[in-house]
Design a protein around this ligand. Structure first.
Ligand code: ZN
Length: 312
């Protein structure tokens, strides 16, 4: 039984997750950027205690997945712009002290990768790239059963590989990153720009654009084709770099994956001919709405449990 903690830009969630990856109880609260660390920590402790009471069990450990940058080795929070007062704080050490259990922390995208690898769509695949496409693009890389990390435990930023250097500016400083071209907001911004020329539409969400495309709207269909193209380019780059057994696709944009995957596969087949691209399966994430909590629990298992997907 693992206490799972998911810390993101909009909400903080906790839950109790059993050894099969099932969430038995959960609670959440808004993140609130001006929240002090002490206040946030006591909120997490309160919610954890309440969910534990609900389940009536004790926890063996706590796993945390958090939007980064966080240091998975020391447990320290880095320059997290969504919780600026948490910089340099260490919830791993503090929660371990309070609950008297071992605590492990990973970037939330790495936690998601571990969750899907352990209990989801990536099971039994030793080379796996997990990609989540929503308001941003994040991901985690598992190579030969090991979570890949860069120097000092750095989390690779797969959303920030450049697809088109003349593309829209990105938050990282480049132009035309995958994240600047293939997210939901990128799709919505393109649609709005094109619609302004034809004067036919207002600003719509990516979800609404997908609905319109299904109804045969011409501009929405172009937006969907464009999304499939940029999705495909980014996936093709990952396949050329890693040729993994599978790429697991999650995030809100992938709720409409059926609109994009054929187009993306076509792009991949055009540019990945030096690797056996057809052997890389594109599969949809399977852990659903609780994926972040399940991933956070998996973080503990991969660090301290006896599982195949281990991290060094
Ligand atoms: Zn970028």
């Amino acid at each position: 039984m693992i206490g799972a903690v998911d810390i993101g830009g909009t909400k903080m969630a906790v839950g109790v997750v059993d050894d099969d990856g099932k969430v038995l109880s959960r609670m959440e609260s808004p993140t609130e950027a001006d929240r002090s660390y002490e206040d946030g920590l006591s909120l997490l402790v309160r919610m954890l205690r309440e969910t534990l009471q609900d389940v009536g069990k004790k926890i063996d450990g706590i796993g945390i997945g958090s939007t980064g940058p966080v240091n998975p080795v020391t447990g320290e929070f880095g320059d997290v712009d969504f919780l600026p007062r948490w910089r340099g704080k260490n919830p791993v050490r503090d929660l371990a002290g309070i609950f008297k259990v071992r605590v492990a922390l990973e970037n939330d995208a790495d936690a998601g990768a571990l969750g899907e690898a352990g209990w989801g769509a990536g099971r039994n695949r030793s080379r796996l790239v997990y990609v989540t496409i929503g308001t941003g693009i994040g991901g985690g890389i598992i190579l030969n059963g090991q979570l890949y990390r860069g120097v000092d435990g750095a989390h690779p930023e797969i959303g920030h590989h450049v697809i088109d250097p003349s593309g829209p500016p990105c938050s990282c400083g480049f132009r035309g990153c995958w994240e600047a071209l293939a997210t939901g907001p990128a799709m919505a911004a393109w649609f709005e720009h094109e619609a302004a020329d034809s004067n036919s539409h207002d600003r719509l969400s990516a979800k609404r654009i997908c609905q319109l495309a299904r109804q045969g709207d011409a501009l929405a269909s172009r937006a969907v084709a464009r999304e499939a193209y940029y999705l495909g380019l980014g996936l093709a780059n990952l396949i050329n770099l890693f040729t993994p057994d599978a790429i697991v696709l999650g995030g809100s944009v992938m709720k409409s994956a059926d609109l994009f995957l054929d187009g993306a596969r076509k792009v991949i087949s055009q540019g990945c001919r030096f690797v056996p691209f057809e052997k890389t399966e594109l599969v949809l994430a399977s852990l659903g709405e609780d994926a972040n909590l399940i991933g956070a629990a998996r973080v503990w298992h991969q660090r301290f449990g006896q599982h195949e997907v281990a991290c060094t």
